[in-house]
Design a protein around this ligand. Structure first.
Ligand code: GDP
Length: 261
């Protein structure tokens, strides 16, 4: 079976009324409209600014078909046990409850057979879970952590981040309702220390009023601009409930893994 054409996959989204479409696909543009003109605080929304056509093409990478199998591969507690997959890899990291499983499920919504919550039961060893997205890339769901991440967790994650050769980008999740917390700093400091290219994804954007969300986004943007070296200067606000920002994030993932042709 051939991969569905771009238009079929993205057609429903493209049929939305213009305002709704822009809000769903380009959430930062929509937020920016609420800023006082000329105040121009640096919402860096135009660095990665693909067309709707690019976004539609990227979408097909995430559609499971007989030729594009999207599936859980295995879990690992140590890097040595990680599957030997040579394709480009991206990983998702964040504190427990930040919305990581929900986001990964939203990214895999066109692959309904994928089971995301593999080792999440309380008391189970925290593992890195590897998912293959056809021949395109591998997505790694890193274990969530709480304040004072335990030493063995840090060892596992640090080793992976430092040594995984095909790791193209780390997606660091921050809850947009609460902003950057001490817990988030565990991951930020790791990424900075290892000079990894990473991206901040702001989760649960549907939960706040527009005013609160804008305030948080501006604060986090300021943090990224002034306190980080390796963080991509554009934020990715998303909601796993409304799917706002999900298509753009998929397009960014396709781009950093070399799949946006
Ligand atoms: P994880 O521990 O990081 O994997 O977090 P989960 O994905 O399990 O989400 C934690 C809680 O936040 C759950 O109750 C989710 O239903 C909720 N949640 C996650 N993402 C969203 C979102 O985008 N919007 C809203 N409103 N709730 C969310």
């Amino acid at each position: 079976m051939a991969a569905p054409s771009t238009s079929r996959v993205f057609a429903e989204v493209l049929r939305l009324p213009q305002r709704q479409l822009m809000k769903l696909v380009y959430p930062l543009r929509e937020l920016e409209q609420h800023l006082v003109p000329d105040s121009r605080p640096d919402l860096q929304q135009s660095i990665f600014d693909p067309s709707l056509d690019d976004i539609g093409r990227a979408e097909s990478v995430f559609v499971a078909t007989a030729r594009n199998r999207i599936e859980y591969v295995s879990s690992a507690v140590r890097l040595e046990h990680a599957p030997d997959l040579r394709q480009p890899e991206v990983c998702f990291i964040g504190r427990s409850n930040v919305g990581k499983s929900s986001l990964i499920k939203a990214l895999f919504s066109l692959a309904p057979d994928v089971e995301v919550r593999i080792s999440k039961k309380p008391g189970h060893t925290k593992k890195m879970n590897f998912f293959k997205v056809g021949k395109h890339f591998t997505l790694v769901d890193m274990p969530g952590y709480g304040y004072r991440a335990p030493g063995d967790f840090v060892d596992m994650v640090e080793t992976y981040l430092k040594e995984r050769k095909n790791l193209k980008r780390t997606f660091l999740l921050v809850d947009s309702v609460v902003g950057i917390t001490k817990n988030d700093n565990i991951a930020i400091e790791m990424c900075e220390e290892f000079t990894l290219p990473y991206v901040m994804v702001l989760t649960k954007t549907d939960k706040s009023s527009k005013g609160h969300l804008l305030k948080q986004v501006l604060q986090i943007q300021k943090f990224v601009n002034t306190q980080t070296q390796g963080c991509f200067p554009q934020l990715f606000p998303v909601s796993a409930v409304t799917y706002s920002g999900i298509h753009l994030l998929k397009c960014f993932i396709a781009n950093v893994t070399g799949n946006l042709k």
